[in-house]
Design a binder for this molecule. Structure first.
Ligand SMILES: NC(=O)c1ccc[n+]([C@@H]2O[C@H](COP(=O)([O-])OP(=O)(O)OC[C@H]3O[C@@H](n4cnc5c(N)ncnc54)[C@H](O)[C@@H]3O)[C@@H](O)[C@H]2O)c1
Length: 257
């Protein structure tokens, strides 16, 4: 498919076999990039990567060793690395007083430490690229809080700090670092939350969407993964060379009030 941004760069998308990551991987490929996806070593991830024709870097970003080998493996698979999309993540909902410590550790590792390690290891390749890009998929929960999501919100707030610091350090080295902050997007992660909340609250899934997930939104409609991918496509494009350290809201008007 021909798009505005025909390109010859290479990209690694973490969490790239589901939801937002898969939409970004597909969109960057449409834009002309060669794309590899990183995901957990699971049959589901393998079959999506195979069906889509993306090389799969099988790695668990909750562990440091897997993070350290992911970038060299991606470089070997792609012949270089110009674009890193730190997207992998997961949610666990519990009050702080009951939040499992090992779940906290895993969430902080996947959603904050892994983006740091992958950015660190990708750094020489991004610098060499001349048009390198790091895109960190944060969340509107990088800017506002909600109860019972302490690890997720802490990791995402931290990711904004990493984005801004890396952007300052990368400025003279020819690549950009930005963060995307979507509100709720219709993905497997959110579909599970909707079903859980409907059961817990004894209301319909449509009511959960309108009264729980979209309560603070001006536009009362969930985003689609392709909406986030379109924003990522622009940030990755050569046209966006002057945008760095940006925290880009795609939040249905959530933070306007
Ligand atoms: N869905 C939303 O409403 C929403 C909103 C804002 C931000 N986000 C963020 O977008 C990103 C993608 O979320 P999604 O909704 O597409 O979820 P998803 O569950 O559809 O996809 C997440 C992907 O990350 C992978 N992943 C999880 N743990 C991993 C690990 N330890 N190692 C390697 N890969 C791992 C999963 O296997 C999966 O492929 C996440 O960072 C999430 O926080 C989602």
């Amino acid at each position: 498919m021909t798009t505005a941004f025909q390109d010859d760069r290479t990209a690694l998308v973490t969490g790239g076999t589901s939801g937002i990551g898969l939409a970004i991987a597909r969109r960057l490929r449409e834009d002309g990039l060669r794309v590899a996806v990183l995901d957990l070593d699971r049959p589901q991830a393998r079959s999506v990567a195979n069906a889509e024709g993306f090389p799969l870097i099988a790695a668990d970003l909750a562990g440091r060793e897997d993070c350290m080998r992911a970038v060299p493996e991606a470089v070997a698979a792609l012949g270089g690395l110009d674009v890193l999309v730190n997207n992998a993540g997961f949610q666990h909902i519990a009050p702080i007083a009951e939040f499992p410590e090992d779940t906290w550790d895993a969430m902080l590792h996947v959603m904050l430490t892994a983006p740091f390690l992958l950015t660190k290891l990708a750094w020489p390749h991004l610098r060499r690229s001349g048009h390198g890009r790091v895109v960190n998929v944060a969340s509107i929960h990088a800017q506002v809080a909600s109860p019972f999501k302490a690890a997720y919100i802490s990791a995402k707030h931290g990711l904004i700090g990493l984005t801004r610091t890396a952007a300052l350090e990368a400025g003279e080295q020819g690549f950009t670092v930005n963060a995307l902050c979507p509100a709720y997007v219709r993905t497997p992660l959110v579909e599970h939350q909707i079903a859980d909340q409907a059961r817990t609250r004894g209301i319909t899934e449509a009511q959960v969407e309108q009264t729980v997930m979209l309560e603070s939104a001006a536009i009362k409609q969930l985003l689609n993964p392709e909406d986030v991918a379109a924003l990522a496509s622009y940030v990755v494009s050569r046209a966006a060379w002057g945008m760095t350290g940006a925290v880009l809201d795609l939040d249905l008007g959530w933070t306007a009030r």
